[in-house]
Design a protein around this ligand. Structure first.
Ligand SMILES: Cc1cc2nc3c(=O)[nH]c(=O)nc-3n(C[C@H](O)[C@H](O)[C@H](O)COP(=O)(O)O)c2cc1C
Length: 143
């Protein structure tokens, strides 16, 4: 069965201290991993003060249903779908939901938008996907 890749970004609506945001993201990740595991979805999530960006991979229906639910979530808003395409191979097959936030904070966050003037609206889905993949690989290399 053909897998699909969905890429979106959204406006962060989490507030509170850095510690609270971290705890909120931990909660989101725990739930995501449990749900994604049960429907065969894999992917990666990143976070900055301003936005979330996420890649979902898996069977078309499972990705669609997951994305529908994600869009209803009040912890973010202005969800922008960038890409939904069939793929030959998964990139994040080992992760029910990888979190690449740690590496994206600070200076490396600037790198996410370096070629686009740091405007997520100008990043293509393909670029965002490649950036998340590369950051995750870089994180693993130093882990
Ligand atoms: C930025 C963001 C990313 C999310 N990613 C996922 C995800 O990959 N999978 C998932 O099931 N839920 C994800 N969620 C959570 C869903 O919006 C929703 O709260 C959750 O799926 C509800 O699960 P439940 O019905 O088991 O309580 C995400 C939420 C946010 C704010």
């Amino acid at each position: 069965m053909t897998d699909y890749r969905l890429v979106y970004y959204s406006a962060n609506r989490l507030n509170g201290t850095a510690e609270q945001k971290e705890a909120d993201i931990d909660t989101i990740l725990a739930r995501s991993r449990r749900n994604n595991d049960s429907v065969g979805v894999t992917g990666a999530l990143t976070f900055s003060d301003g936005y979330f960006a996420q890649v979902l991979e898996g069977p078309q229906g499972a990705v669609e249903v997951t994305f529908e639910r994600i869009q209803q979530d009040g912890r973010h808003s202005d969800v922008h779908l960038l890409e939904f395409v069939p793929i030959a191979d998964r990139t994040f097959s080992n992760w029910s939901m990888a979190y690449v936030g740690k590496a994206v904070e600070g200076s490396k966050l600037a790198g996410l938008g370096a070629t686009t003037g740091f405007d997520p609206a100008k990043i293509s889905g393909q670029q965002l996907f490649e950036r998340l993949r590369d950051l995750l690989l870089a994180e693993q290399a130093v882990a």
